[in-house]
Design a protein around this ligand. Structure first.
Ligand code: 5GP
Length: 203
């Protein structure tokens, strides 16, 4: 049975990774992993859909039980990818998208070097600042912190396989879809599925 692939999307806060994922999913033939976090829900966020919201104690328990594929502290809160559902999907041959920060992406890369690592870039730092400011959910100090982290994250761009600049949402979604389609056509990937079908076919 062919294994699914891990697809990691990272990029600075405010680049529109979440929006790209939402638009991508209906036609992507992949599932999105739902992370666990200790941060409070924002208005409109749903338990189990946006995140699994939890407290620090339960998060620590999950770490001790090896329940995360990766986890990281981002802006003073913890975020992690629950291991169980991801492994189940991969074993069933389904591709899984992780929308996680660069620290988590590097942990996933160490464990799954054959994952697909995509970096979503803002068109410019000025545009990134404008997008974060227009969300209106962060204080001036939090905005400065996000911009500092963005600069540090962009320094890790070279560790990724692909870069997509989100200056136009439709084009960015199209670019990510094209990456996924191309990866599925790679010989070592496509051949697994084709051989699998041939071997199950009785003549
Ligand atoms: P937000 O609080 O704005 O939803 O997310 C803050 C940052 O945490 C974003 O960069 C997001 O990609 C990242 N993030 C979300 N879930 C995870 C996760 O499970 N692991 C890691 N390492 N980062 C995550």
């Amino acid at each position: 049975m062919k294994q699914g692939k891990l697809i990691v999307l990272s990029g600075p806060s405010g680049t529109g990774k979440g929006t790209i994922c939402k638009q991508l999913l209906p036609g992507a033939d992949a599932v999105l992993s739902v992370s666990m976090t200790t941060r409070a829900p924002r208005p409109g966020e749903e338990e189990g859909a946006s995140y699994f919201f939890t407290d620090r104690e339960k998060f620590s328990e999950q770490i001790r039980g090896n329940g995360f594929l990766e986890y990281a502290e981002v802006y003073g809160e913890y975020y992690g990818t629950p291991r169980g559902p991801v492994e189940t999907h991969l074993r069933a041959g389904r591709d899984v998208i992780l929308e996680i920060d660069m620290q988590g992406a590097m942990q996933v890369k160490a464990a799954f070097p054959r994952g697909i690592f995509i970096f979503i870039m803002p068109p410019s730092m000025a545009e990134l600042r404008r997008r974060i400011e227009s969300r209106g959910s962060e204080s001036p100090e939090q905005i400065r912190e996000r911009l500092r982290k963005a600069e540090a994250e962009i320094g890790y761009l070279w560790k990724y396989d692909y870069v997509v600049v989100n200056d136009d949402l439709d084009r960015a979604v199209g670019d990510v879809s094209a990456i996924l389609r191309t990866e599925r056509l790679r010989v070592n990937r496509a051949a697994e599925g084709i051989l699998d079908r041939f071997q199950r076919e009785t003549v």
